[in-house]
Design a protein around this ligand. Structure first.
Ligand code: HEM
Length: 271
């Protein structure tokens, strides 16, 4: 059973990361030893803008600030009520994208899906969160109100949180979409099956709605296969050992960086 592709090496005082490449070892890292391996060492690019001190992705999960940010996201952004309340906005954005694609296709224009899905270069690029939140839409101001009402957050915290949301939520989704479409174009039989399922659904309702997705197993399989082949965060976020810990007989020393290679796991053949 392959556990790691590289063991810890300590030449010249550098610690090379432990890279986990098997699902069994990933389970050990992400479940059994989750607490011990939940430290973070932010890269220079993140530290240079002090993002590590305020970002939900880089703060330590045991810190009060991380818990506060997670609570805000869970209650004000991703709760079932909020997801339901913002459904019309998502539908509007998807329709705009589909219309744009349709018109571009008629003109035989090439389209950069990532740019279109995430927002074209305009003022929103300087204040990207404005487009993400679509502040003109009253249903979205609740989240901003909640952030402004939160006495423990200042403007800087809010800016970093919105930056997190924008960076975590746009490129991940748009590049997954791009990969799904590229894979479909090179697999005509799969494309035909996916189109047939979509056409069947459109035939019933005139439009694919969010609840319809639960009845579209083929489309779901296409998305999952895209995640497997082209994970947008191929090594997940780097973890750091808080104390010495043993995984399948290997000693992972305190402060070692641990990377989970989901890209490799998705491509390996079953033993
Ligand atoms: C295809 C879409 C997406 C993919 C593939 C994706 C993938 C990931 C991955 C791999 C992580 C790191 C997990 C870890 O190593 O601990 C992560 C974290 C995160 N993602 Fe996403 N993501 C997607 C969409 C989104 C969206 C739409 C949002 C929000 C608008 C979002 C917000 C976050 C946040 C806030 C974190 C940090 C969570 C924490 O550390 O507490 N993601 N995502």
């Amino acid at each position: 059973m392959q556990i790691v592709s590289e063991n810890l090496l300590l030449p010249f005082c550098f610690i090379l990361p432990l890279i986990v490449t098997s699902p069994e070892a990933a389970r050990e890292v992400l479940k059994t030893h989750d607490q011990t391996l939940s430290g973070r060492d932010a890269p220079n690019s993140i530290r240079s803008i002090n993002h590590d001190k305020v970002s939900v992705g880089w703060l330590h999960p045991s810190s009060a600030r991380w818990r506060l940010l997670r609570k805000l996201m869970v209650t004000h952004l991703f709760s079932p009520q909020r997801i339901e309340a913002s459904k019309a906005l998502r539908m509007k954005k998807v329709q705009e994208l589909v219309k744009f694609m349709d018109e571009s296709s008629k003109r035989e224009d090439a389209v950069h899906i990532g740019m279109e899905a995430a927002g074209s270069p305009d003022l929103a690029n300087f204040f990207p969160f404005l487009r993400f939140l679509d502040l003109q839409d009253a249903s979205n101001s609740d989240f901003l109100d909640a952030l402004l009402d939160e006495t423990e957050l200042d403007n800087n915290d809010i800016e970093h949180l919105l930056l997190d949301m924008f960076t975590a939520g746009t490129e991940t989704s748009s590049s997954t979409l791009e990969w799904a479409m590229s894979e479909l174009l090179t697999n005509p039989k799969t494309l035909a099956k996916a189109q047939a399922e979509i056409e069947h659904m459109i035939g019933q309702n005139g439009l694919v709605q969010e609840p319809d997705i639960s009845e579209m197993p083929y489309l779901q399989a296409v998305v999952k296969e895209t995640f497997r082949l082209h994970p947008t965060v191929p090594l997940l976020l780097p973890r750091k050992a808080e104390t010495d810990v043993e995984i399948f007989g290997y000693l992972v020393p305190k402060d070692a960086q641990v990377l989970v290679n989901v890209l490799r796991m998705g491509h390996r053949t079953r033993p």
